[in-house]
Design a protein around this ligand. Structure first.
Ligand SMILES: Nc1ncnc2c1ncn2[C@@H]1O[C@H](COP(=O)(O)OP(=O)(O)OP(=O)(O)O)[C@@H](O)[C@H]1O
Ligand SMILES: [Mg+2]
Length: 260
């Protein structure tokens, strides 16, 4: 569905993405792993057109989108919902206004009643009801993530990009957010990309995993394939924080890297 081909991106002479390629097949939930600063957020911003790659291609189905006009890109953007790393809510707006933000930007002809109905529907999809008139400052971290997610759902996207959806949340809230990612995947039949360092989250939601290192993809596969790849950079990352059901598996690769 989304195909990232040989992307490069540097900032002030520092190469962040260095020939990165990645496949996001329709219907899958792809966890993107990589150390802090490895360019995961940059990758999501390049996919949505918020940042331009220096070279390479991004394909959405059979359209190459990295050099589209603003008008054509806006059509693609509506198919891609993004939950930003910081949730990126506007503090001066109510929850309802935050969720409606993109709708009011792109669909000025919609009546207030129509907008309100969509806002209510999206908030209920993320299990938040009755918070429409609150401001972001009155919400917990987990609720803010849900509001950011409700906003990302406004246009019924075909793909949702989650940037660190569980970072900074307590373990119970993390589990709830992971469950929500899985529920939305089921209910809405969306394709999902989840950027995370949280291995509990990655193993809980992912049907595919990819690891980025030095600006390139170094591993890709289903979770059961990933734990069988004999690559020290990957295994060091994955096994420090993987859930017990993974760590307790009798697997020669795991045993080697866990020093058992
Ligand atoms: N707009 C920008 N201008 C200059 N440098 C940037 C910009 N955006 C990102 N960078 C740099 O690109 C590198 C990758 O950043 P990015 O935010 O993608 O990392 P990340 O993998 O998401 O890290 P984290 O896990 O901490 O969120 C960092 O060194 C960052 O400083
Ligand atoms: Mg990031």
């Amino acid at each position: 569905m989304i195909s990232v081909k040989n992307i490069t991106k540097s900032f002030g002479g520092k190469n962040v993405l260095n020939g990165l390629s990645l496949e996001i097949p329709r219907g899958e939930t792809v966890a993107v792993m990589g150390r802090s600063g490895s360019g995961k957020s940059v990758l999501l911003k390049i996919i949505t057109g918020l940042l331009a790659a220096d070279s390479g291609e991004i394909w959405f189905d059979d359209t190459e989108i990295s050099r589209l006009s603003t008008r054509k890109m806006n059509v693609i953007r509506r198919k891609i919902g993004m939950l930003f790393q910081s949730a990126a809510l506007f503090d001066s707006m109510t929850v309802a206004e935050n969720v409606a933000f993109m709708l009011s930007q792109h669909k000025r002809d919609m009546s207030k009643r129509e907008v309100d109905a969509i806002v209510d529907e999206k908030l209920s999809l993320v299990d938040l009801d009755g918070v429409q008139d609150l401001r972001p400052a009155e919400l917990s971290g987990g609720m803010r993530k849900r509001v950011g997610l409700a906003r990302a759902l406004a246009f019924n996207p075909e793909v949702i990009l989650y940037d660190e959806p569980t970072t900074g949340l307590d373990p119970v809230t993390c589990t709830e957010i992971n469950q929500l990612i899985k529920d939305l995947h089921e209910k809405l039949k969306v394709t999902s990309v989840v950027v995370t360092h949280d291995m509990h989250s990655a193993f809980s939601v992912a049907t595919r995993m990819v690891m980025i290192h030095d600006g390139k993809q170094i591993a890709y596969g289903r979770p059961d394939e990933i734990i069988n790849i004999d690559n020290p950079i990957l295994q060091q990352f994955v096994l420090f924080g993987a859930p017990d059901q993974i760590l307790n598996m009798e697997n020669p690769i795991l045993r080697q890297y866990l020093g058992r």
